[in-house]
Ligand binder design. Structure first.
Ligand SMILES: Cc1cc2nc3c(=O)[nH]c(=O)nc-3n(C[C@H](O)[C@H](O)[C@H](O)COP(=O)(O)OP(=O)(O)OC[C@H]3O[C@@H](n4cnc5c(N)ncnc54)[C@H](O)[C@@H]3O)c2cc1C
Length: 408
């Protein structure tokens, strides 16, 4: 006889960050919980996150670190399950961690520690988990039809490759579209549409830029080279590292600004962030008038980069004394407003997250329950809430999962 449960109080589709967290919270309230995932193992994105060390939260998490068409939506859940709550859980499990930079907390050892934490919490909560399970069909159940609540929806019948399950609450925790090879699908959006939800158009975010052939030829010597920049596009501006790659540009500054970028738009890079470069060059001229421009700039960047930026901007390198103040201002301006139009992005193949998703105007910000279908919940990345780079996306997964787990 199959050990596949035919009934559960709570059925969660997706055994990723949000799904496992929700299972633990709901299970500890005494609800019987079943988590289903089509992948061969749970938490695959957690395992590959943060370069294998999982940047599991950010000390400075605040609603401003998230993009959404409905920016107020995330506030309630983030306030009720904070970064400090997750840090306390990490400490309860004795997982060593450290702050890398900008409040980003990483495991000292492996991302596996976070998956093990979630599995231990699920075991304690007696939540059952099944992998390699395809979800075939979801049917809402009608109420008994007695008196007042006539026609009221009463749970769901979910048909899967492992059998049929009847549940009271159904939680969609399928994540976004990024990295299809890790099991990402648009299934969560399909379920949302089935129940009449609107989807905010999706696009790849926290993703490297690709450049055209000409630009790639120019930077052929640079892949692997990085420097600190401020990258700006639209209302976004990030001061972090930029990395030259064989396909274009990456690094935290580029990943961050990709969330603001739309096809055809330009991105402006300040290659000497936080500096008054014109003033600095004037000082260099006063101190070392015989020194060439490229020698002065080599104090800021590697010689390879100096050569690249001078060539790119059609700037010749002469002794500093030969530059009038206006010429130095022009050099500084070119280097502090390097403007580039990416050809595109590497797309969902390498994107860390998906912008857009289930419209939160139709979801309760307290419980994550659908306002269109009682008993149906959406949590994590499938919703139109997307964090900056730096542990914010996991914090959203934990917080939204906790909000739903307390209600399902
Ligand atoms: C390379 C990479 C590195 C990242 N690093 C970080 C980081 O360090 N810090 C950070 O905060 N964020 C990071 N992120 C983002 C973070 O991983 C996600 O935002 C987070 O995992 C979202 O959690 P989720 O539970 O909503 O979705 P997921 O973790 O993606 O889980 C969704 C689950 O649903 C399952 N599923 C999908 N479709 C179906 C279906 N049809 N049937 C059944 N199951 C299905 C999937 O197999 C998966 O297990 C990274 C992302 C990537 C791709």
């Amino acid at each position: 006889m199959s050990d596949f449960p035919a009934q559960a109080d709570v059925l969660i589709i997706g055994a990723g960050a949000a799904g496992l967290m929700c299972a633990a919270v709901a299970g500890k309230r005494g609800r019987s919980v079943l988590v289903l995932d089509h992948a061969n193992k749970v938490g695959k994105k957690i395992l590959m996150s943060g370069g294998g060390r999982c940047n599991f939260t950010n000390l400075y998490t605040a609603p401003d670190n998230f993009y959404s068409e409905n920016p107020h939506f995330c506030k309630s859940a983030l306030a009720r399950y904070t970064q400090w709550d997750f840090i306390a859980l990490v400490e309860k499990h004795g997982i060593p961690y450290h702050e890398k930079t900008l409040g980003q907390l990483f495991c000292d050892n492996k991302s596996r520690d976070i998956v093990d934490l979630l599995l231990a919490e699920c075991r304690e909560a007696k939540a059952q988990i099944r992998t390699r399970c395809e979800i075939q069909r979801i049917e809402p159940l009608e109420g008994e039809g007695e008196g007042e609540g006539e026609g009221e929806r009463k749970g769901f019948e979910v048909h899967t490759s492992l059998g049929k399950v009847v549940c009271e609450s159904l939680v969609i925790a399928c994540g976004g579209l990024s990295i299809p090879t890790m099991g990402a699908t648009g299934f969560g959006y399909d379920v949302a549409r089935q129940f009449g939800h609107h989807i905010i158009p999706t696009r790849a975010a926290l993703v490297p830029f690709t450049l055209n052939k000409r630009a790639l030829k120019r930077q052929a010597d640079l892949p692997g080279t990085s420097l600190a920049v401020t990258a700006s596009c639209g209302e976004g501006s990030f001061h972090e590292q930029m990395l030259f790659t064989h396909k274009g540009l990456s690094g935290p500054a580029v990943l961050q600004i990709s969330s603001h970028w739309r096809e055809g738009e330009s991105v402006v890079f300040d290659l000497a962030p936080g500096m008054d470069l014109c003033n600095w060059l004037s000082e260099q001229k006063a101190q070392k008038p015989e020194s060439h421009l490229h020698t002065a700039l080599a104090e800021l960047w590697s010689r390879k980069l100096v050569q690249f930026f001078l060539q790119l901007n059609g700037l010749e390198s002469k002794p500093l004394k030969q530059y009038h103040e206006s010429a130095l201002r022009e050099v500084a301006e070119k280097l502090q407003t390097w403007t580039l139009t990416p050809e595109g992005t590497e797309g969902y193949r390498t994107a860390e997250v998906t912008l857009g998703g289930v419209d939160t105007n139709e979801i309760s910000s307290r419980s994550m329950e659908s306002q269109k279908q009682p008993g149906l919940y959406f949590i994590g990345e499938v919703l139109d809430v997307t964090g900056w780079l730096g542990g914010f996306n996991f914090q959203w997964a934990w917080a939204s999962a906790h909000a739903a787990g307390a209600e399902v």
